[in-house]
Design a protein around this ligand. Structure first.
Ligand code: ADP
Length: 388
């Protein structure tokens, strides 16, 4: 058995999971929150249960030392870090070196909220774990196969060359993992499948996978484009930004509002889908509209991606909303019977793995995502390969 520590470091939080391979079992996991605030919080779960402590956690180095203190004494065989933006520089899991850290830092211009936070986790982990090999697994990597006609925006060429303005796509680890798991569920070779993956969590994105390779995805240069999300708008007319700026709003405020005060939150005051449903059921008109907008956007993308692929073998739902919410799945795919999509209401209601009826030309599935397991596997594959 090998063990891989998976680290997902945010600006004020650090999530970790110690994964045993090949089983994928989580030996321990935890979340450190409110790094840099007066009182931080550390929660750790292992075979002995869950322990929670409140203490001051000034920085990521301190957070990582807390992790080190609660893990089993023998170090992990490798450490895998989730890194949000790999730009067009990284298309594969990459062994972390000083040079790789420098490029992740450079790419911060494309992901100012994410890459510096990921890097803080990497540096703290390198300090705490010394010689253990560490690997960066990029959210963008699975999407580097998207053809130019899909990744290019129709903008002046120097925007691409000078500023990196193009579609990159995110949630790639999840799309790759769920796409592969769906092919296995169908008993098909991934190279012989066309699959649409709907990752519906707080963030949400769709991808079109042809023969195991991503050919289109809904998130763009940043994770703001595409579907309606918890707090992000998804697609809007880009002219809205200039319009608001002419009304005196600063670019920072507009950016902040589109990322943190839009989406479901902007539409009805709640970003958690469970709360949105409760409100809608109690008759709240804004919550009902929010669900309508959310589901309409899903349907629009499914139609578009069916066209991109020329038809699909499977449509698969994953992440918090996708795995648990029959209503969103049914409404997101309603009216698509003529396109070969027919749900079985009873299977859908019970979140079964296959929720379409037996005669549906397109199989509709629910496949849980497991990004930690996927990062652990990719990390170990690279490290084991290097040792050979
Ligand atoms: P993240 O993007 O933060 O990883 P998740 O994949 O955990 O997000 O998804 C969070 C979303 O999933 C929230 O909107 C939450 O309401 C929704 N969700 C989680 N569990 C359920 C459930 N049992 N029923 C309906 N919605 C759920």
């Amino acid at each position: 058995m090998s063990t891989v520590l998976v680290v997902n470091s945010g600006s004020s939080s650090l999530k970790y999971q110690l994964v045993a391979l090949p089983s994928g079992e989580a030996i321990a996991s935890g979340l450190i929150e409110r790094i840099g605030e007066e009182v931080g919080n550390a929660r750790h779960t292992d075979a002995d249960g869950t322990r929670e402590t409140e203490t001051t956690i000034p920085d990521h180095d301190t957070a990582m030392r807390l992790v080190l203190a609660v893990l089993p004494p023998s170090p992990p065989d490798a450490i895998g870090h989730r890194v949000v933006h790999g730009g067009d520089r990284f298309s594969e899991p990459t062994l972390i070196t000083d040079e790789v850290c420098a490029v992740v830092q450079e790419l911060s211009t494309l992901a100012p909220l994410h890459n510096p936070a990921n890097l803080a986790g990497i540096q703290a982990s390198r300090a705490a774990f010394g010689d253990v090999p560490q690997v960066a697994v990029f959210d963008t990597a699975f999407h580097t196969t998207i053809p130019e006609h899909a990744w290019r925006y129709a903008v002046p060429p120097e925007w691409v060359t000078d500023y990196g303005v193009r579609r990159y796509g995110f949630h790639g680890t999840s799309h790759r993992y769920v796409g592969g798991a769906t092919a296995r569920l169908l008993g098909r070779d991934p190279s012989d499948c066309d699959i649409i993956v709907l990752h519906l969590g707080n963030g949400a994105s769709v991808s079109a996978i042809h023969g195991g390779v991503c050919v289109e995805t809904s998130m763009g240069m940043t994770p703001l484009e595409g579907l309606v999300m918890g707090t992000r708008s998804g697609d809007i007319d880009p002219a809205v930004i200039a319009h608001l700026a002419r009304h005196g709003m600063s670019i920072g405020d507009i950016d902040d509002a589109l990322n943190t005060r839009s989406g479901l939150l902007g539409l009805c005051g709640e970003n958690d889908m469970r709360r949105v449903h409760e409100l809608a059921e109690s008759g709240d008109a804004a919550a009902r509209t929010a669900l309508d907008v959310y589901c309409h956007r899903i349907r629009k993308y499914v139609g578009a991606y069916l066209a991109v692929l020329g038809g699909a073998d499977a449509i698969v739902f994953t992440a918090g909303v996708g795995e648990n919410n029959p209503d969103i799945r049914a409404r997101g795919l309603s009216g698509l019977e003529r396109l070969g999509i027919r749900l079985d209401p009873a299977r859908n209601a019970f979140n079964e793995a296959i929720i379409s009826d037996d005669d549906s030309p397109v199989t509709v599935c629910v496949v849980p995502t497991d990004e930690e397991h996927a990062i652990a596997e990719q990390t170990w594959e690279l490290v084991e390969g290097l040792a050979r």
